[in-house]
Design a protein around this ligand. Structure first.
Ligand code: CTP
Ligand code: MG
Length: 449
């Protein structure tokens, strides 16, 4: 039975709205943190602090409470000093601190059991005069604050809808929608319902200009462009990948056609049966290759692009040597894993190599002079010859390629490729934990991403 869209949204509200207890914990933590900050900042008279992000706008998602506090430094502060003092202050005001990295290193910790980020940034006069990306945040807040009033639930619905499909978050491991982007979309479209209805029309050349309240097409762009109301040169959707945009449009279609509460439910990763995967690998008859390297100590937003590059390079190599790669992907856990599936595992010892047309005599002489096991032949006026293949198996070819080309496989990965493990077919399970199996099931298209 088709459920009415409004009924489903009504039900979803319960999933997204923070409980009274969560609200209370938030308020208590805010008060505690404010007091601590006021005390600590007495020693730093030039600095201020502000609560920014989703908490002060009441747009955080039930169960995902996090206080984002920004320490504002005058522009005159040298970057190094700002980073150092930012961390000092952070460590003084939170429990169980750990360092995290965005534009600058910042402190993550807890206050009264609530998650807190203490982020240093520069207080700049205008949003297009920023020194680093986080400096825009106060402007984002000031722009949103009054406009989002009354629409908090709509934002939460959108965040949850996205989260349930792994589309929420601008970090590289997701490449989806940031919280700020969600709020802008709600302001632009007015409600969650209108957002999903209208977003069915999004294309890779859509421009959404929130400030001008206009949506247009621009053939020169590649990927949704949401103009930042506080800095018109910036695309708020810059980190949204084309494929995640496509998946969002797909989800909007299916939700409008058949709205159910499951669009708001985060799926628990199902257990994947080891035997099923093994059987599947045997059944397909493709080549499956897993490369394992040690994980470098760098932040995700730096690591993921490098893994992507390495994957692409290796994929291209497989294509170039006719192993016919289907898909490739990577997985990060205790180590980094790159995975490739090819239509071809083994090629013949010989290959047909193309030479010059007969009219190019100089080239022909050079071509036929080379000593080979086989004599050249002519086809359609062109020389060819059977040549020995350097590697006839994809495994050997991969191993050789990585040894030769490791320097081009990512700045922080190259030394890790000095010592890589290459596993084929069913042997890839040799290191498989539960998460890896889920990844594999997704890679083999047995379950949805
Ligand atoms: N921010 C940033 N650069 C980052 C991460 C965050 O500038 N790498 C800023 C964003 O402008 C955002 C604020 O920090 O408004 C808080 O970030 P985040 O907690 O990720 O987003 P929220 O809007 O608070 O959404 P959520 O409900 O998911 O916490
Ligand atoms: Mg936040």
């Amino acid at each position: 039975m088709k459920e009415e869209i409004d009924e489903v949204i009504e039900k979803a509200l319960e999933l997204v709205t923070p409980s009274e207890d969560e609200e209370k914990r938030a308020k208590e933590a805010e008060i505690e943190l404010t007091n601590k900050l006021k005390k600590v900042l007495k020693d730093y008279p030039e600095l201020n602090f502000r609560f920014l992000g989703s908490y002060p706008r009441n747009t955080w998602l039930r169960g995902n409470l996090e206080l984002d506090v920004f320490i504002l430094f005058p522009e005159s502060f040298p970057m190094e000093k700002m980073e150092k003092e930012g961390l000092e202050i952070g460590k003084k005001v939170v429990d169980e601190y750990e360092l995290r990295y965005a534009a600058h290193p910042y402190v993550h910790g807890k206050v009264k059991g609530v998650d807190v980020d203490i982020v240093p940034c520069y207080a700049v006069r205008e949003a297009d005069k920023i020194k680093s990306a986080v400096d825009r945040t106060p402007f984002h807040h000031d722009w949103l604050k009054s406009r989002i009033k009354g629409k908090e639930s709509e934002v939460r619905l959108l965040k949850k809808f996205l989260k349930a499909s792994n589309l929420y978050g601008a970090e590289y491991s997701v490449r989806g929608f940031s919280g700020y982007l969600c709020e802008l979309l709600i302001i632009f479209f007015g409600s969650f319902k209108t957002t999903v209805e209208e977003c069915r029309k999004l294309t890779r050349d859509t421009v959404i200009d929130v400030r001008k309240a206009e949506m247009r097409k621009d053939k020169s762009i590649k990927g949704l462009f949401v103009v930042d109301p506080v800095d018109e040169k910036r695309n708020v959707a810059a980190n949204l990948s084309l494929d995640k945009l496509a998946k969002f449009v797909e989800k909007c279609h299916s939700f409008v056609e058949n709205p159910t509460i499951s669009f708001f439910e985060e799926k628990r990763e199902e257990k994947v049966d080891y035997e099923v995967l093994k059987e599947e690998i045997k059944r397909r008859g493709t080549g499956i290759y897993l490369i394992k390297i040690e994980k470098p100590e760098i932040v995700e937003d730096n690591l993921y692009p490098q893994l992507e590059r390495a994957c692409r390079k290796i994929h291209e190599h497989l294509a170039r040597f006719n192993f016919m790669p289907l898909r490739s992907s990577y997985f990060v856990d205790d180590a980094c894993y790159l995975i490739f599936e090819t239509e071809v595992r083994e090629l013949p010892k010989i290959m047909k190599r193309m030479g010059p047309p007969f009219e190019k005599r100089k080239d022909v002489e050079r071509f036929v002079k080379k000593r080979r096991r086989y004599v050249p032949f002519i086809e359609e006026g062109r020389y060819f010859v059977y040549d020995e293949r350097k590697h006839s198996s994809a495994v050997d070819s991969l191993r050789d390629f990585i040894k030769r080309e490791k320097n081009s496989l990512g700045k922080n990965l190259r030394e890790k490729f000095d010592d890589f493990k290459l596993l084929e077919g069913e042997k890839i399970f040799k290191q498989g934990n539960e998460k890896f199996k889920v990844f594999l099931a997704k890679f083999l298209c047995l379950v949805e991403e």
